[in-house]
Ligand binder design. Structure first.
Ligand SMILES: [Zn+2]
Length: 183
Protein backbone atom coordinates (compact mmCIF):
# COMPACT_ATOMS: atom_id res chain seq x y z
CA UNK A 1 0.00 0.00 0.00
CA UNK A 2 1.38 3.37 -1.08
CA UNK A 3 0.94 6.72 0.66
CA UNK A 4 -2.12 8.46 -0.80
CA UNK A 5 -0.87 11.99 -0.16
CA UNK A 6 -0.75 14.24 -3.22
CA UNK A 7 2.31 16.47 -3.02
CA UNK A 8 2.54 20.13 -4.05
CA UNK A 9 3.87 19.12 -7.48
CA UNK A 10 0.61 17.15 -8.03
CA UNK A 11 2.42 13.81 -7.85
CA UNK A 12 1.52 11.11 -5.39
CA UNK A 13 3.94 10.65 -2.50
CA UNK A 14 4.39 6.98 -3.38
CA UNK A 15 6.31 6.00 -0.26
CA UNK A 16 5.15 2.92 1.65
CA UNK A 17 2.12 3.66 3.82
CA UNK A 18 2.25 2.55 7.46
CA UNK A 19 0.92 -0.96 8.17
CA UNK A 20 -2.88 -0.85 7.88
CA UNK A 21 -2.83 2.85 7.02
CA UNK A 22 -3.14 4.99 3.89
CA UNK A 23 -0.36 7.50 4.59
CA UNK A 24 3.40 7.22 5.08
CA UNK A 25 5.29 8.11 8.22
CA UNK A 26 6.00 11.72 7.20
CA UNK A 27 2.47 12.42 5.92
CA UNK A 28 0.65 11.88 9.20
CA UNK A 29 1.45 8.21 9.80
CA UNK A 30 3.58 9.12 12.81
CA UNK A 31 0.70 10.60 14.82
CA UNK A 32 -0.78 8.52 17.62
CA UNK A 33 -4.41 8.38 16.50
CA UNK A 34 -3.55 7.58 12.88
CA UNK A 35 -1.30 4.78 14.14
CA UNK A 36 -4.03 3.42 16.43
CA UNK A 37 -6.60 3.38 13.65
CA UNK A 38 -4.16 1.74 11.24
CA UNK A 39 -3.36 -0.93 13.83
CA UNK A 40 -7.05 -1.81 14.13
CA UNK A 41 -7.43 -1.90 10.33
CA UNK A 42 -4.39 -4.12 10.02
CA UNK A 43 -5.61 -6.51 12.72
CA UNK A 44 -9.00 -6.90 11.06
CA UNK A 45 -7.47 -7.23 7.58
CA UNK A 46 -5.47 -10.20 8.89
CA UNK A 47 -8.74 -12.07 9.45
CA UNK A 48 -9.18 -12.80 5.74
CA UNK A 49 -12.06 -10.35 5.31
CA UNK A 50 -9.78 -7.75 3.86
CA UNK A 51 -12.27 -5.35 2.28
CA UNK A 52 -14.62 -4.98 5.23
CA UNK A 53 -12.19 -2.88 7.23
CA UNK A 54 -14.09 0.39 7.50
CA UNK A 55 -15.96 -0.57 10.63
CA UNK A 56 -13.85 -3.03 12.62
CA UNK A 57 -16.49 -3.22 15.35
CA UNK A 58 -19.14 -4.39 12.88
CA UNK A 59 -16.78 -6.98 11.36
CA UNK A 60 -15.89 -8.35 14.79
CA UNK A 61 -19.51 -8.66 15.73
CA UNK A 62 -20.24 -10.61 12.52
CA UNK A 63 -17.29 -12.91 13.11
CA UNK A 64 -18.31 -13.62 16.67
CA UNK A 65 -21.90 -14.31 15.65
CA UNK A 66 -20.73 -16.70 12.91
CA UNK A 67 -18.38 -18.46 15.28
CA UNK A 68 -21.08 -18.85 17.90
CA UNK A 69 -23.48 -20.29 15.32
CA UNK A 70 -20.87 -22.84 14.18
CA UNK A 71 -20.19 -23.74 17.77
CA UNK A 72 -23.88 -24.40 18.44
CA UNK A 73 -24.19 -26.51 15.29
CA UNK A 74 -21.12 -28.54 16.19
CA UNK A 75 -22.17 -29.23 19.75
CA UNK A 76 -25.65 -30.26 18.56
CA UNK A 77 -24.13 -32.62 16.00
CA UNK A 78 -21.77 -33.97 18.63
CA UNK A 79 -24.57 -34.60 21.08
CA UNK A 80 -26.65 -36.36 18.42
CA UNK A 81 -23.69 -38.46 17.26
CA UNK A 82 -22.90 -39.59 20.80
CA UNK A 83 -26.54 -40.47 21.37
CA UNK A 84 -26.82 -42.42 18.11
CA UNK A 85 -23.48 -44.08 18.71
CA UNK A 86 -24.57 -45.52 22.03
CA UNK A 87 -27.68 -46.92 20.38
CA UNK A 88 -25.58 -48.30 17.52
CA UNK A 89 -23.08 -49.69 19.98
CA UNK A 90 -25.81 -51.41 21.92
CA UNK A 91 -27.32 -52.84 18.73
CA UNK A 92 -24.36 -53.78 16.54
CA UNK A 93 -21.34 -53.25 18.74
CA UNK A 94 -21.11 -56.87 19.73
CA UNK A 95 -21.53 -58.04 16.16
CA UNK A 96 -18.69 -55.87 14.78
CA UNK A 97 -16.47 -55.89 17.81
CA UNK A 98 -16.00 -52.11 17.75
CA UNK A 99 -17.57 -49.13 16.10
CA UNK A 100 -14.48 -47.46 14.71
CA UNK A 101 -16.08 -45.21 12.08
CA UNK A 102 -18.63 -43.67 14.44
CA UNK A 103 -15.94 -43.18 17.07
CA UNK A 104 -13.75 -41.36 14.56
CA UNK A 105 -16.64 -39.13 13.55
CA UNK A 106 -17.29 -38.23 17.17
CA UNK A 107 -13.62 -37.55 17.83
CA UNK A 108 -13.55 -35.32 14.73
CA UNK A 109 -16.60 -33.39 15.84
CA UNK A 110 -15.22 -32.95 19.36
CA UNK A 111 -11.96 -31.61 17.90
CA UNK A 112 -13.80 -29.15 15.63
CA UNK A 113 -15.88 -27.98 18.55
CA UNK A 114 -12.79 -27.38 20.67
CA UNK A 115 -11.12 -25.49 17.81
CA UNK A 116 -14.18 -23.32 17.28
CA UNK A 117 -14.29 -22.59 21.00
CA UNK A 118 -10.63 -21.45 20.93
CA UNK A 119 -11.33 -19.37 17.84
CA UNK A 120 -14.29 -17.62 19.46
CA UNK A 121 -12.34 -16.93 22.65
CA UNK A 122 -9.39 -15.58 20.71
CA UNK A 123 -11.68 -13.40 18.63
CA UNK A 124 -13.47 -12.03 21.65
CA UNK A 125 -10.11 -11.03 23.17
CA UNK A 126 -9.12 -9.31 19.93
CA UNK A 127 -12.49 -7.57 19.76
CA UNK A 128 -11.90 -6.08 23.18
CA UNK A 129 -8.39 -4.96 22.20
CA UNK A 130 -9.61 -3.44 18.93
CA UNK A 131 -12.47 -1.71 20.72
CA UNK A 132 -10.00 -0.16 23.13
CA UNK A 133 -7.73 1.03 20.32
CA UNK A 134 -10.73 2.55 18.58
CA UNK A 135 -11.81 4.33 21.71
CA UNK A 136 -8.30 5.74 22.12
CA UNK A 137 -8.49 6.95 18.52
CA UNK A 138 -11.80 8.67 19.19
CA UNK A 139 -10.42 10.37 22.31
CA UNK A 140 -7.34 11.53 20.37
CA UNK A 141 -9.52 12.88 17.55
CA UNK A 142 -11.78 14.63 20.06
CA UNK A 143 -8.77 16.25 21.68
CA UNK A 144 -7.50 17.33 18.26
CA UNK A 145 -10.80 19.04 17.44
CA UNK A 146 -10.87 20.68 20.88
CA UNK A 147 -7.29 21.91 20.49
CA UNK A 148 -8.03 23.33 17.04
CA UNK A 149 -11.09 25.27 18.18
CA UNK A 150 -9.27 26.47 21.29
CA UNK A 151 -6.38 27.65 19.13
CA UNK A 152 -8.77 29.45 16.79
CA UNK A 153 -10.43 31.21 19.70
CA UNK A 154 -7.07 32.31 21.11
CA UNK A 155 -5.81 33.53 17.76
CA UNK A 156 -8.90 35.62 17.08
CA UNK A 157 -8.81 37.17 20.55
CA UNK A 158 -8.61 40.93 19.93
CA UNK A 159 -6.06 41.39 22.71
CA UNK A 160 -3.46 39.56 20.65
CA UNK A 161 -4.07 42.00 17.78
CA UNK A 162 -3.12 39.46 15.13
CA UNK A 163 -4.04 40.41 11.59
CA UNK A 164 -6.13 37.98 9.56
CA UNK A 165 -3.14 36.96 7.47
CA UNK A 166 -1.12 36.31 10.62
CA UNK A 167 -3.94 34.20 12.00
CA UNK A 168 -4.16 32.27 8.75
CA UNK A 169 -0.45 31.49 8.88
CA UNK A 170 -0.51 29.83 12.28
CA UNK A 171 -2.14 26.55 11.19
CA UNK A 172 0.24 25.84 8.25
CA UNK A 173 3.24 26.79 10.40
CA UNK A 174 2.02 24.53 13.18
CA UNK A 175 1.48 21.65 10.77
CA UNK A 176 4.98 22.10 9.38
CA UNK A 177 6.51 22.17 12.85
CA UNK A 178 4.55 19.06 13.85
CA UNK A 179 5.85 17.16 10.82
CA UNK A 180 9.40 18.30 11.65
CA UNK A 181 8.98 17.29 15.26
CA UNK A 182 7.72 13.83 14.24
CA UNK A 183 10.83 13.19 12.10
ZN1 LIG B 1 3.68 10.16 2.05
Amino acid sequence: MQCSTIKKDAHRCGRNAIKGGTVCYTHGGASGHVKAKAAVRYEVSQWVIGDAVDDPGEVLLQLLTQSRRRLLMLSEALEKAVEEASIAEAMVGDAFGEFGKVGEYIRGLAMLEAQERDRATNMAAKAVAAGLAERQTRVAEGQGVLLASLLKAILSDPRLMLSESQQAMVIPVMREQMVLAAK
